[in-house]
Design a protein around this ligand. Structure first.
Ligand code: C2E
Ligand code: MG
Ligand code: MG
Length: 692
């Protein structure tokens, strides 16, 4: 940036230096002049006095004699000797004689100086003895007979001084000007020019990459203030660089393992995709993304603590890093999930080999701290480009990550400790699921669900014993099965809100039916997340109170697998629910692995025989009959689910099953249709007719 001359520091310095030189110079000159003028004046006065003393005698005589000619003679000589003027006055003041010598013409300045420096001074004639005519006075007495006034030609006297003053003024002005300019030049050289150099060097610094370009100290300024400023600047730049590096590291690295984080991985992936797409020669330049998830890592965390968990993650990070080439990238996505990006792999086989190497590397990890561990992982692999069918497929880093993730889920689903390649089908499933998730969120917000009610009847008499409330959801014009969307709601946590809505709706309906027709229990399905919620029992109590629902009209169905997965944890909630007076049923009984010991302790009322066992009736009745026998032993009632044929019904009734539920009795009904059934049941007070 060029600075205009008028604003430049050099000009400002020059003006200030010249002004300062002038002020100081003038002050010194003024003192010098005053002193010189005063000395000149004293000398002039001394000269006058000397001249007056010389003519004192003749002047007194002339005055005494009142002799004008004598007086004129005396004065002539005097004025000639001392340029100026002189006069002799008598005692009464009349001028006896006056002489003066014309002064040369003077400049205005000279005149002013003269007026200032010199004044006309009268000179007193010494007292003389009285003349003979006046002898009356005592001898020797002296009296004033006249006065001699003398003035010198101030113009001539001051001329020398004034010439000196003028010369001094001119010289002083020139000197001050030169000193000021010299000072400005020095300042410019010592300060302004180096400052400009520094400014230009700072302006050249690239703001994108300010580091690694320290400023150079101008020559000769290494140990002065400028050198200090530049050294400090460079030091601050270095500190900023270190901080910047640290921030960049934090923004791109996992703080625990030091591996690339998600942001850096995505960046690398996008670069690698670019590279892979640019070199689409067959067999060269394919990219493989491996999504690695440790199996049962949560268990390590829960049982050995987070410290050991963190240590294990660090070891895993080291093993993964050691199992790949230097040009490959290993990153941590969070938790126990890692991503490995392999560039330039020839084919799936090469990727599979690396995956196996990763699994083998992890299996050698046997100890973490003082603890023995057994580490396995599930790996999902996606190749890009995938193959001839996918040759034109566009992909981005996030998309590849998702695909590798779904393949990893498949590996996990198949039991873990393996790798699975991603297929087109997996992508479709992921996309369907994402759409489902988004739709479910909207449905939860809009409460656009419906409850249908499937009746349960006594196996022996056929009387209506209750209903199971089942949720229904229409999405994009199609009815979505709860078997499809309930797991998604579970994963996303939306089940809590959905479950709450179902509970409210079922209690409201049961209360209305009880008031309008008679008491009919309604069963509601409870999911794992709901049961795990510590506030669940309290919520049930509040809903019952809000709708004034008698607790025995509410039955909660919990699947066997959910209850048995963590019995100890669920027991307090189940006990609290039971204490409210709510009935508890174990749904899909027979599909899980119930511990018989626990079953005895559990506060449950009903076992619902899973549809798959009812389906086997009557030709394979073992499990159904075992469940019925077990329930009878434990004094629990049984409900057979999915009864579809008369034979099944007959067998179940004969075997002592208490209630039946299934398409043979009725498909799930709308609330209105179910209410009509309730009305009929109470009106007739008899067994419900069977529907096909
Ligand atoms: P579930 O609790 O075992 O419900 C019984 C399922 O069997 C229902 O399917 C019902 O329509 C079906 N079903 C009943 N009788 C027959 C039959 O004779 N033959 C056949 N083939 N099927 C029969 P749905 O309504 O599709 O529900 C599926 C599962 O979704 C339910 O199994 C339950 O676990 C879950 N679910 C349904 N509604 C809810 C809900 O409101 N909350 C929760 N958490 N889960 C629900
Ligand atoms: Mg159920
Ligand atoms: Mg069931």
């Amino acid at each position: 940036m060029a600075i205009p001359v008028l604003r430049s520091l050099t000009l400002k310095q020059a003006i200030h230096a010249v002004l300062a030189a002038f002020v100081i110079g003038f002050a010194i000159t003024a003192v010098e002049f005053t002193w010189t003028a005063s000395r000149e004046r004293t000398m002039a006065l001394a000269r006058i006095e000397e001249a007056a003393a010389l003519v004192e005698g003749p002047a007194a005589t002339a005055a005494w004699l009142i002799d004008g000619d004598l007086a004129a003679q005396v004065l002539d000589g005097m004025v000639r000797a001392n340029a100026g003027w002189a006069e002799i006055r008598l005692g009464d003041g009349t001028v006896l004689a006056r002489r003066e010598q014309a002064a040369p013409p003077m400049t205005l300045l000279g005149r002013a100086a003269t007026a200032l420096l010199f004044t006309d001074r009268p000179f007193l004639i010494h007292d003389l003895p009285a003349p003979a005519a006046d002898r009356s006075m005592s001898a020797g007495s002296r009296r004033v007979v006249g006065r001699l006034a003398v003035g010198i030609d101030t113009g001539r006297a001051a001329a020398g001084f004034l010439a000196y003053v003028s010369a001094a003024l001119v010289a002083g002005t020139l000197r001050n000007l030169l000193i000021g300019l010299a000072m400005a030049a020095v300042f410019h050289r010592l300060l302004t020019r180096p400052l400009l150099q520094i400014g230009r060097a700072v302006a050249r610094i690239d703001p994108e990459k300010p580091y690694g370009q320290p400023l150079v100290v101008p020559r000769g300024h290494a140990d002065d203030e400028l050198g200090f400023v530049i050294t400090r600047f460079n030091h601050t730049l270095t500190l900023l660089e270190q901080e910047h590096d640290e921030l960049r590291r934090l923004a791109t690295r996992c703080p625990l393992t030091g591996l690339a984080n998600r942001a850096l991985l995505l960046d690398r992936l996008d670069h690698a995709i670019d590279l892979a797409e640019r070199s689409r020669e067959p067999g060269v330049g394919r990219l493989a993304v491996l999504y690695v998830d440790l199996d049962r890592f949560k268990r390590v965390n829960d049982s050995l603590g987070h410290g050991v968990g963190d240590l294990l993650l660090c070891r895993v990070a080291e093993r993964l890093g050691a199992s790949v080439r230097r040009c490959d990238t290993v990153g941590r996505l969070g938790g126990d999930e890692f991503l490995v990006v392999l560039e330039r792999v020839a084919d799936g086989e090469e990727a599979a080999m690396v995956a196996q190497r990763l699994l083998d590397g992890l299996s050698t990890l046997r100890e973490v701290g003082d603890h023995r561990v057994h580490v396995t992982a599930s790996i999902g692999i996606v190749l890009h480009p995938m193959g001839p069918a996918d040759a034109g497929g566009a992909a981005d880093g996030a998309g590849l990550m998702r695909m590798a993730d779904s393949a990893m889920q498949a590996a996990k689903g198949a039991g873990g400790n393996r790798f699975v390649f991603h297929t087109r089908d997996m992508t479709d499933r992921v996309e369907t699921r994402l759409r489902l998730e988004a739709g479910l969120r909207e449905a939860v917000a809009a409460k656009s669900f419906e409850l249908v009610y499937q009746p349960k009847i006594e196996a022996a008499g056929g009387r209506l014993t209750g209903f199971e409330a089942l949720i229904r959801w229409r999405h994009e014009g199609a009815a979505i099965s709860p078997a499809d969307f309930i797991p998604v709601a579970e994963d996303t946590g939306l089940i809590i809100e959905i479950g709450h809505w179902v509970l409210e709706e079922a209690c409201r309906t049961a209360t209305r039916w009880a008031l309008d027709h008679g008491p009919v229990p309604v069963a509601v399905n409870v999911s794992a997340r709901q049961l795990a919620d510590p506030g669940f029992a309290r919520l049930v109590e509040q809903v019952l109170q809000r709708h004034g629902t008698p607790p025995d009209l509410l039955e909660l169905e919990i699947t066997e697998t959910v209850i048995m997965k963590d019995v100890r944890h669920h027991l307090p909630t189940l006990n609290r629910l039971r204490a409210l007076g709510v009935r508890i049923a174990i749904d899909d009984f027979g599909t899980g692995y119930s511990s018989l010991a626990y079953l005895r302790e559990l506060p449950v009322d009903v076992l619902k025989i899973d549809r798959s066992f009812v389906n086997d009736l009557p030709h394979a009745p073992d499990i159904a009959s075992t469940v019925i026998a077990l329930a009878q032993k434990l004094l629990l009632s049984t409900v057979a689910e999915g009864v579809e044929t008369a034979e099944q019904r007959h067998w179940l009734a004969e075997a002592g099953c208490n209630c039946l539920q299934g398409f043979l009795i009725s498909r799930p009904l709308s609330a209105d249709a179910a209410e009509a059934m309730v009305m009929t049941a109470f009106a007739c007070d008899e067994a419900l007719p069977l529907t096909a």
